[in-house]
Design a protein around this ligand. Structure first.
Ligand SMILES: C[S@@+](CC[C@H](N)C(=O)[O-])C[C@H]1O[C@@H](n2cnc3c(N)ncnc32)[C@H](O)[C@@H]1O
Length: 458
């Protein structure tokens, strides 16, 4: 593999006797992983229905290796949001960050959502997940993954972290920064990343990372946890960023993690960071020649609990009267909604997380769960709502088996014929008990209401 010369020289100098193992690892194939979405299915249930052999990724509870020829993105279970395809070492940060239902969590550099979807699964619908990415186009991909994963309590936005500080100072219990980086750990999987490295390089990203971590530090509650991760090896972007934070914010300390015995510790000696040595040794490095993964860096820091102040929820959804059309639709939905959490924006209906703060002025792509649209005398449920339901939460269900050809036809947007044993009207089409989307049944004909932008492309 053709590595940029400057990078290669540096790795040789830093890794010393391990350099040869690194270079050998580049000639091996990369490892493919998927993470079971526990918001929708337990690992035990998934293992029973998994269409292909999967083997556990030892540093996670819900990550598995698969063989690439199985193409899990080409299976109806992928469309049902049962798993997310993710590089195995990239599963570590969200797995290691302790998030519990009810927490307020910020994923600051979130697109396309690999870590946000796991943080949401840990929240299990309670609390708030703010998923942000500065790039609007990438935030759209993030929104799709959040919705396909069935997340009900996320705010998806596209903002510069600097702007968020005035809204969220001291607000979040947990923050994840999966920072933009020079991507040295991705060279084996995506050799074209070396071009990006040559164009921008370590110093460019290191400056951005320092800015982001500084803003994140302000938005964390006293006593809260901050996870910082990258998929690069350069010490400037890793230990260097953490040292920068520790120097400017003595209220932070690094937490010692015990995740997996083949993970390595931080390398403060690579930057002569003597003063912070003890703290930086607690950082975690994942190397591709030591584990079955591409490599990552992770640090979790805790903010001291001394000055307690808290932003009180200050957002009340605008007064909303549930229309007869929506009321009639919701009769078939077996969820105890809090009526005060509904909000409408023009004809669109949303269900917001509780305890929100005002986000007026921010570029928001989605607030909470998009339920659907009130049209002339009728209500049309959204694709996101179908994805967020469990099969037993809706009364009218058409449940097809995974090997029924109608499943793929449905995902391709075709009208399908069903047996005449279902009630007409809005039906939730499921595969093996997991919702895919809506269809409107008339007689035996199911009019396809699957979201066109998510269709199966052949
Ligand atoms: C490593 S990727 C995130 C991957 C994501 N966490 C996941 O697991 O799918 C870094 C992201 O940071 C975003 N980014 C770049 N500069 C940023 C900034 N100043 N603030 C917030 N996000 C930024 C990029 O658009 C990119 O999507």
């Amino acid at each position: 593999m053709n590595l940029p010369k400057k990078f290669d020289d540096r790795m040789r100098e830093l890794l010393k006797e391990e350099y040869d193992q690194y270079v050998e690892s580049l000639d091996k194939d990369f490892y493919a992983g998927l993470r079971v979405n526990n918001l929708k299915v337990s690992c035990k249930e998934f293992k029973e229905i998994s269409p292909y052999q999967i083997l556990p990724i030892p540093w996670t509870n819900n990550g598995f290796y698969y063989e690439k020829e199985n193409q899990p993105a080409k299976h109806p279970y992928y469309y049902a949001g049962l798993y997310y395809i993710q590089e195995p070492s990239a599963m570590t940060p969200a797995a290691a960050l302790e998030v519990k239902p009810g927490d307020k969590v910020l994923d600051l550099c979130a697109a396309p959502g690999g870590k946000s979807t796991e943080l949401a699964a840990k929240l299990n619908g309670e609390g708030i997940l703010v998923s942000n990415d500065i790039s609007n186009s990438r935030a759209k991909a993030l929104l799709k993954n959040i919705e396909m994963s069935g997340v009900r309590n996320a705010i998806v936005m596209s903002e510069n972290p600097k702007k968020l500080v005035s809204y969220f100072e001291g607000y979040f219990d947990k923050i994840l920064i999966d920072a933009p980086c020079s991507g040295e750990g991705m060279f084996r999987k995506e050799p074209s990343m070396t071009k990006n490295w040559e164009e921008f390089g370590v110093d460019y990203y290191s400056e951005i990372q320092k800015e982001i971590i500084e803003y994140a530090a302000c938005m964390l509650k006293p006593g809260g946890l901050l996870a910082y991760s990258t998929c690069t090896f350069s010490p400037e972007e890793n230990e260097g960023t953490i040292a920068f934070l520790l120097e400017r914010h003595p209220e932070f300390s690094v937490i010692k993690l015990d995740i997996y015995d083949q993970f390595d510790s931080g390398k403060p000696q690579w930057l002569d960071l003597e003063a912070e040595k003890e703290e930086l040794n607690k950082c975690v490095r994942i190397w591709p020649w030591k584990v079955k993964g591409e490599g990552h860096f992770l640090t979790i820091l805790k903010k001291k609990e001394d000055k307690i102040f808290e932003i009180k929820p200050n957002y009340t959804p605008k007064k909303f009267k549930i229309s007869e059309e929506l009321k009639s639709f919701l009769k078939d939905v077996k969820i105890n909604f809090n009526e005060n959490c509904f909000e409408s924006i023009e004809d669109r209906i949303y269900y917001l997380p509780e305890d929100m703060v005002s986000m007026k002025g921010l570029r928001i792509l989605r607030s909470g769960l998009y339920i659907g649209d009130v049209k002339k005398n009728r209500f049309e449920p959204s694709q996101a709502f179908a994805s967020a339901l469990k099969m037993n939460e809706y009364n009218r269900v058409i449940n097809l088996s995974g090997d029924d050809p109608n499943v793929i036809r449905y995902l391709k947007g075709e009208t399908i014929e069903v047996e005449n044993e279902f009630e007409s009207g809005w039906n939730l089409l499921c595969v093996d008990g997991y919702p895919l989307g809506w269809g409107k049944l008339s007689g035996t004909t199911l009019k396809n209401k699957y979201y066109p932008g998510w269709r199966w492309l052949s």
